[in-house]
Design a protein around this ligand. Sequence first.
Ligand code: MG
Length: 382
Amino acid sequence: MIGVSILGCTGSIGSQTLEVIGKYPDRLRVVCLAAHKDFSKMAALIQRWRPELVAMVETSAAQRLRPLVTAPVLLGEEGIEAAATHPTAQIVVVAMPTSRVLKATLRALQAGKRVALATKEVMVTGGCLVKEQLTRSGSLIPIDSEHSALFQCLLGENSDGVERLILTASGGPFWSKPLKELEFATVEQALAHPTWKMGPKVTIDSATLMNKGLEILEAQGLFGIPADRIDVLIHPQSIVHSLVEFRDGSVKAQLSVPDMRLPIQYALLYPQRLPSLIRRLNLSEVGSLTFYEPDPYKFPSLALARHAATLGGTMPTVLNAANEVAVAQFLSGRIRFLEIVKIVEATMNRHQPEKDLTLEKIEHYDHWARRIANEEAGKRYS
Ligand code: MG
């Protein structure tokens, strides 16, 4: 039996992870459940999954949860770290959509766990720390569908044979709309993703294409390929999850219907391939697969992310933290859609990146960027 801790169990990836565990009750079991603040959903999950340990980030949520359950409920960052390092967990699913789980991810690796990583913000901000830790202990398998695809395409290959990585993007709801329409895009329109069912943070990131920008940084961190050799193609059907082009001109891709339960199961059961919950891909039913270059004027987020990748150091941390703030401001209706990326850019412009990353440095500039991004957002309140 493989014990699994889930950081972010009440979210979209967390729920789908539990579905996968439910399909393999003889192989996988829930050891720890951790979430941000949804205590009523957590109470129901505890009833169903009987974890050994529960953690809630928000103190008030933990306090409201405690009388409802018998399992021990820890709180704050320490609670998340306890779930990440619990002795009976072999796998830690990291699926809270914030760079704030970087420390818990590093702790899990230090404790020798396999990290199944859905939170791309971890590799974006602390990729080099994660890589460094991986040389000593622990292992990591990405859950992000594009990176799961790249991981699968790169298996058995030498890295010096790789020419470039090609990330596919669904394009979100706006890629084919004129720029004018994006100006007044509502929260509801931005949340209406055409192919993937995901949480609100990543769905908005998909609409701005910042998700793909973050994924360039994530791929650079995971696979050691520099950002200028990582391309992006819009692929509205979301069937080809990413591609690797080799030096001899050969291209490998991984395909399936768009369903996160596949990369989740892959990360949990790797290297085993077992039947999954997803619908089979029928290519004759899909008919055609199409690919387009993203419009750099409509989606400046990609160039910003490449710029951050080139500068390196603390700049990706600043980009990511500013984006988290700007997305939250948009979701709460205080700024307009196109201002999300403008706030990220304005915050980056006020930052001089520092090299020689440490966890403390990353946390310092993460806080700094959140404060500056909130200030920049305040100037734009409509
Ligand atoms: Mg993705």
